[in-house]
Ligand binder design. Sequence first.
Ligand SMILES: *Cc1c(COP(=O)(O)O)cnc(C)c1O
Length: 385
Amino acid sequence: MKHYQKIESSLIHGGIYGDERTGAVNIPIYQTSTYQQDGLGKMRGYEYSRTGNPTRESLESLIAELEKGEAGFAFASGMAAITAVLTLLKTGDRVVISSNVYGGTFRVLDKIFQSFGINYTIADTSNLEELSHALTADVKMLLIESPANPLLTVTDIEAVSFLTREKNILLVVDNTFMTPYLQRPLELGADIVLHSATKYLGGHSDLIAGLVIVKTQKLAEKLHFIQNATGGILQPFDSFLLIRSIKSLGVRMQRHVENAEIIADWLNKNEAVASVYYPGLPTAQGYEINRKQAKNAGAMISFELTAEYDIKKFFEKLKLVALAESLGGVESLVCHPSSMTHASIPKEIRERVGITENLIRLSVGIEHIDDLIHDLHSAIEGSKK
Ligand SMILES: *Cc1c(COP(=O)(O)O)cnc(C)c1O
């Protein structure tokens, strides 16, 4: 029996908590590759750390509890997690992806899985009509992000799950931008959730990790087989760091979102700004749907400056907010999607989906709001042509 009900408590006490043998409140880092057996076929639950490791298992049980899934799996990166999920597919199968998925997701499908005869279709998954046309008979998986990267496009997860269930298609949601603190796709009808835990779950820009959470026992068996067979596991020390980070996810997300809401509003009222993409603005695409399926709109904002401003200069003038790939850390980061995170997507596709040369993506950190606004204001002023 659990002695708590709320996610704020699960973040700290969830999964396999602490160390039973000593009472240590934190799980030890079991830095071992193998385990002594008491006799032939007599193991104490572990045989080899690719197959199972207590520190990794503690993390895996924690994320399964947070996402309300049957089981969790920890991988060496978000891409290793996505790759493991895609290996559920077979030659001749097709996967449909949201039109602005993470660039690496597109790349692995286009450059690797396609050469094994696994095809993909790009669709605007926020448009149910367009999506249902894309769900042809060979489609076995739909992989979406909501809000999606970098235009923060919202897809109605529950509505989409009705379509996929009817056609026996696996619905996979990359929940990196939201975390289980803000949105739990399995409760909305998804079959698999995945994370680049490098981002908000890790939260300190100091580790690379990926997580997969599945809804059913059958998928859990398959994923465990894939994880062990392909071997892209997360190491014990990184598993420990991630457990440590997840304990503060609730308070971090609260501050991230508080800052993001103020900044989105400030950008929206700023004459120098041509457009703002943030699902927390009542005028944004998907505002109502996001409110229905998530606690709030998270802390990622994209925007464009008007033609009177030079965006190259804008990036150079920022002093506090760092120009860098990645997101979700305590420090605010800014990036230029068309040349950075989404550079692996061909220019024609980028332009078609709205990832323009002028688009700026901001990952709002947990610094003091006054310092963030001051830095953004000075950089905008300093970049006037
Ligand atoms: C970063 C990211 C990934 C890839 O994860 P890595 O940990 O960098 O391998 C996948 N999806 C989204 C939404 C991301 O932001």
